[in-house]
Design a protein around this ligand. Structure first.
Ligand code: H79
Length: 435
């Protein structure tokens, strides 16, 4: 169903909710940061961090030869991990383009890769039933008309400072490129624009021409789901979801007092592009808790892989994706179409709660497995049946102090106990489903 509307100022809250329902239900997506920064392999901001001039950075362009690139493998890994959508960096801050754009020579076509790398990726993910989104950097350190602002790698270079830079030309470039991306690759489900830094020597809505840009985007792809980084925070039609970066909000994200759709983007090890030497990889269990916690607060998780310069996912990423997939195989019903639990369900100690409102089922994610009894405060009359998700086995429950004087339980009349096995079952975080 097409519920999109070219003039988004006319979209009702119900229309917006309908447009976003599938994306919200999907909950778990793959972010891919791939570009020539995979060659230095020391952070996608390397050009900025090391103030590398364009002509020096060019060696990574000349050595970008991803001979192992097979997006069918990427799509199968994402699918097995339980991811329902993906977002790919078509262009990052360095200005390098993965697709065969008409508007610059700084593109994959002119590297040893010698082809459009986006098109086969889009096709491979769609073939696995995974929705496709584009990341596009508003920042561009390669474009000759992009100003030498406070984040530009060449901001302190005296000869670069003498060049005349006309941001209007850059605005046209962005519109031309987004038109290519949003017309030549079929339906694009999500657009992640990155990012504004308004204020002194920064960039904001006037620099990007955000209002006209957004009209163009909405016209070309009326159903697209757009993030909030164009510096249009006060405009209700200006964005669809909040996009906290490497940050876990304390609670459901709100804007002007209203709960809004949100998606946190997260990394395995800190950087987004492939980083060979980073030693800060999160464990599979940490990543699972991150996914569960995100959904327990009503959000989506966009988890990033930075493929290598050869074009594959490295072993550390694959191990974690597969570990998450092992858990998702059995526990996905506690993630998809789930959200924060209603207030009547109190969170038990060391647990996280998710809830499926359509099925009316509560999921208790037990982060620390207690000994035999899981205490549920104020749950009397709220449970008909309970089972472990990983094997569908019954979990019996009773009221506190209902089975003999040898116990010394404390608790109120309205409290319940779930009688759980002594040994923590399954892999990862056990989930108890409550009917
Ligand atoms: O694409 C990924 C990152 O490269 C990009 N967004 C994700 C999705 C991103 N990186 N940083 N940021 C966005 C936020 C900017 C942080 C900054 Fe800074 C703080 C810019 C200036 C001060 C970090 C620290 C970069 C330079 C110093």
């Amino acid at each position: 169903v097409s519920v999109g509307q070219a003039d988004f100022r006319l979209e009702s809250p119900e229309q917006k909710q309908a447009r976003m329902k599938q994306w919200v239900d999907d909950r778990f997506g793959l972010f891919v940061h791939w570009g020539i920064y995979a060659v230095p392999a020391r952070h996608e901001w390397v050009q900025n961090y090391e103030s590398i001039p364009g002509e020096v950075y060019r060696k990574y362009f000349e050595h970008f030869d991803p001979d192992l690139y097979d997006p069918v493998i990427w799509a199968k890994e994402a699918k097995a991990a339980g991811m329902k959508y993906m977002v790919i960096t078509t262009k990052h801050h360095d200005g390098f383009c993965l697709w065969d754009t008409e508007y610059t020579d700084f593109k994959a076509t002119n590297t040893p890769a010698a082809r459009d790398l986006i098109r086969p990726m889009v096709e491979a993910f769609r073939n696995e039933g995974i929705k496709v989104g584009f990341y596009y950097s508003l920042i561009d350190w390669n474009h000759p008309d992009f100003p030498l602002d406070k984040l530009h790698p060449m901001r302190n270079n005296t000869s670069a400072k003498e060049e005349v830079r006309k941001i209007e030309n850059y605005q046209h470039y962005v519109k031309n490129q987004l038109t290519e991306l949003l017309t030549e690759y079929g339906q694009i489900d999500q657009l992640f624009l990155d990012f504004s830094y308004p204020g002194d020597n920064g960039k904001g809505r006037d620099d990007w021409d955000s209002e006209n840009l957004i009209s163009l985007i909405r016209k070309l792809q009326p159903n697209i789901i757009l993030n909030d980084r164009m510096d249009l925070d006060d405009k209700s039609y200006g964005w669809d979801y909040k996009s906290p970066e490497q940050f876990m909000p304390r609670e459901w994200v709100s804007h002007q007092g209203e709960l809004v759709p949100w998606e946190t983007c997260q990394t395995f090890s800190g950087s987004w592009g492939y980083h060979r030497d980073e030693n800060t990889w999160k464990s599979t269990n940490q990543l699972l808790v991150m996914l569960i916690e995100t959904v327990s607060k009503g959000g989506n998780l966009l988890l990033n892989v930075g493929p290598t310069a050869r074009g594959n996912f490295d072993d550390r990423a694959v191990e974690r994706l597969r570990g998450m997939g092992d858990w998702m195989k059995y526990n996905q019903w506690a993630i998809y179409a789930c959200t924060a639990a209603p207030d009547r369900f109190e969170k038990p100690e060391n647990c996280l709660l998710t809830y499926n409102p359509e099925k009316n089922r509560l999921y208790i994610h037990v982060l620390e497995w207690p000994f035999k009894s899981l205490y549920l405060k104020n749950y009397k009359g709220k449970i008909k049946y309970a089972q472990l998700l990983h094997d569908g086995s019954e979990v019996r429950h009773s009221q506190v102090a209902s089975h003999g004087s040898h116990t010394t339980e404390t608790g109120g009349e309205s409290d319940l106990i779930l009688h759980i096995p002594v040994v923590k079952p399954g892999t990862g975080v056990p989930v108890i489903e409550i009917f």
